[in-house]
Design a protein around this ligand. Structure first.
Ligand code: BES
Ligand code: ZN
Length: 618
């Protein structure tokens, strides 16, 4: 009887594990999506072996991408490829036929490769070209130390296909190994297990053993060094920046610990940050194990480190539980902003978190206003078919997504909400999900269970903002607003009031100048607080925006704005400033700067500004 029971339970176990295997079978779970040519239901990649050479002379990466595949009886496998030179393709080590289909401006070309039913591995031999959109090759002059060239990639949303031929959909998950040859004296790091020191011959080996989506494959190469903060966190940066960066981000270990306390174990073992040259187009990018970050957050006072909390939060929302399509981008970013605020609250208190949330609330208001003629784009669930997914990557996903989750939290209570989120991350770990599946999960595990009704569909599928929004209160910001109003009335400002203000209070102060504030008043404020020369990039950026809005410099362009736009390539910052020029009928001034600043920008920033200013680079 005993044996029978154990036999039975063995069979049961086998059945359960079969079911589980089926659930994660890479061939079974793929939802149609508009931004990849791949047909993973037919044949899908599961592991990449990358073998590449990084040549700074020609600014070309060349080598091979070899994939283990799972084939469902298909006679071909389709990869995405854009601006790549495909030299040769092999199936299980033998040359095989391939075709590059028609080129699409957004998607690139489908690379269709002939395979047999039993093909286990395909290898693509290829080179990048000077049109590659993911890579930015920098001259020594464009780095902090000005001694060595630098290279970094940006994969999100659909740019990985411009440096590796791949099935470039977030629904794909693959592990990877890489062998990378770079010039001796430079170090290479990837979204993988990383070296801590340079090798004498410039050859580096990488391993990413957890399955990740293609947009998270990343590499950076430069004269960089490593400094640990704890046994699982640390910083890569150019030597002259390293100490400053380590100081700035010294709370990283505490951030990981408090994130784990909220929503479960950190799944990627190591959490490092690399500080990139200032042309990096984002504040940060959550490449697994190695967040890529802009140097503009190194202020000397740790005031902009919520960026690190944000990228860290993506280790759960985004990297562990991934949006299935770019229409579901809010699942990545909305959850991440919510999580970011919770980390900030846990470490620094409600005051600081609510200031950040209020800044986001104003961003949202401005974004909604900007989209008043395109209300469809203010929905959380997007429809980006036929469009560049980048079009959907604005404050709506972040700040409306956040407000939705915060409102939900306040409706159900924090305890229940936290338990729900934790189980959401756990039960979806290393998989993708879309908006509809999330709604089902929410209904089943939070709302129905507790007998709560909530207007989820309105929040997700309707434009604009529902009535039931969480109200975010910040006493500190109210005082700041009063200070602005008093100044406008009296033309005088008591400096003592601003003593001890955090950079967030300054940002709020500057952003809330009334439209009709006079040039004289702007001048007074600049004289009193020297805002033009602010060393905090965030304060400087919003100040420049207001300087332009209020015509502070008349027909002359402030040298500081010019320098800022030439040196910094962070898209959010530079687009805010160019937009201010444009909105104030100063497009010519903007173009005068942009024409020579553009060469310092990564393609994602350049594309946005080209569109905004109607600039044609050819
Ligand atoms: N994943 C994003 C960056 C991104 C978004 C790249 C869309 C490509 C397409 C990253 O996590 C992010 O949100 N960065 C923000 C940080 C901020 C919200 C703290 C940024 O770059 O400003
Ligand atoms: Zn993000």
């Amino acid at each position: 009887m005993k044996t029978l029971t154990s036999l039975f339970s063995c069979a049961l176990l086998l059945f359960i594990s079969c079911k589980n295997t089926k659930k994660t079978d890479p061939l079974m779970t793929y939802i149609e999506e508009p931004h990849s040519y791949a047909k993973p239901n037919k044949a899908v990649i599961t592991h990449l072996d990358l073998d590449i050479n990084v040549d700074f002379e020609t600014e070309i990466i060349s080598g091979s991408a070899s994939y283990l595949i799972t084939n469902n009886d298909a006679s071909e496998i389709i990869l995405d490829s854009k601006f790549l030179d495909i030299e040769k393709v092999q199936a299980d080590g033998k040359d095989t036929n391939f075709t590059l289909g028609d080129f699409d401006e957004i998607l690139g070309n489908p690379l269709t490769i002939s395979i047999k039913k039993d093909t286990k591995q395909i290898t693509v031999f290829y080179k990048t070209t000077n049109k590659t959109e993911a890579l930015q090759w920098l001259k020594p002059q464009q780095t902090a130390d000005k001694k060595a060239p630098f290279l970094f990639t940006q994969g999100q949303a659909i740019l990985t296909r411009t440096w590796i031929p791949i099935q470039d959909s977030p629904q794909i998950r693959l592990t990877y190994n890489a062998k990378v040859q770079v010039p001796a004296q430079l170090m290479a790091v990837m979204s993988a297990e990383n070296p801590k020191e340079k090798t004498p011959d410039g050859v580096y080996h990488f391993k990413m053993k957890q399955p990740i989506s293609p947009y998270l494959i990343a590499i950076a190469v430069g004269d960089i060094a490593y400094n640990p903060i704890s046994n699982r966190t640390g910083i890569y940066a150019e030597p002259s920046l390293l100490d400053k960066a380590v100081y700035e981000f010294s709370d990283m270990e505490n951030m990981v610990a408090s994130a784990e306390k909220l929503y479960g174990k950190y799944a990627w073992e190591q959490f490092d940050v690399i500080v990139l040259p200032p042309s990096f187009p984002f504040g940060g990018m959550e490449n697994p194990r190695l967040t890529f970050a802009t140097p503009t957050v190194i202020t000397g006072d740790k005031s902009l480190t919520s960026l690190i909390a944000h990228e860290l939060a993506h280790s759960w929302s985004g990297n562990l539980v991934t949006n299935a399509t770019w229409d579901d981008f809010w699942l990545n970013e909305g959850f991440t902003v919510y999580f970011e605020m919770r980390i900030m609250e846990a470490l620094y208190g409600k005051d600081r978190a609510n200031m950040l949330a209020r800044i986001g609330r104003q961003d949202l208001e401005e974004e909604l206003e900007g989209f008043k003629d395109a209300p469809e784009d203010t929905k959380l669930k997007l429809d980006l078919k036929g469009r560049n997914p980048d079009d959907g990557m604005n404050s709506i996903a972040y700040d409306k997504g956040y407000l939705f989750l915060r409102t939900l939290e306040e409706s159900v209570g924090r305890e229940k909400f936290d338990a729900f989120l934790k189980s959401y991350f756990q039960s979806h770990a290393f998989s993708t999900t879309n908006t509809e599946k999330f709604i089902d999960y929410l209904n089943e595990n939070l709302l129905d269970k507790n007998g709560i009704t909530f207007n989820t569909a309105e929040w997700i599928y309707e434009p604009g903002l529902p009535e039931n929004q969480a109200i975010i209160v910040s006493d500190k910001f109210e005082k700041v607003e009063k200070t602005v109003q008093d100044f406008v009335k009296t033309n005088t400002i008591d400096q003592a009031i601003t003593t001890g203000w955090t950079p967030q209070e300054w940002v709020h102060f500057v952003r809330n100048f009334p439209e009709d504030m006079s040039v004289e008043q702007i001048k007074t404020l600049d004289k009193t607080f020297n805002l033009t020369n602010s060393s905090n990039s965030y304060i400087a950026m919003v100040w420049y925006e207001q300087a332009i809005n209020h015509d502070y410099h008349g027909n002359n362009i402030d040298k500081n704005i010019e320098v800022f736009l030439t040196q910094v390539g962070r898209r959010w910052y530079v687009s805010t400033i160019y937009k201010a020029f444009k909105n104030n009928n100063k497009t010519d001034e903007a173009l005068a700067i942009y024409k020579y600043a553009r060469k310092n920008y990564h393609s994602v920033t350049a594309n946005t500004i080209d569109d905004m200013l109607g600039y044609n680079p050819e």
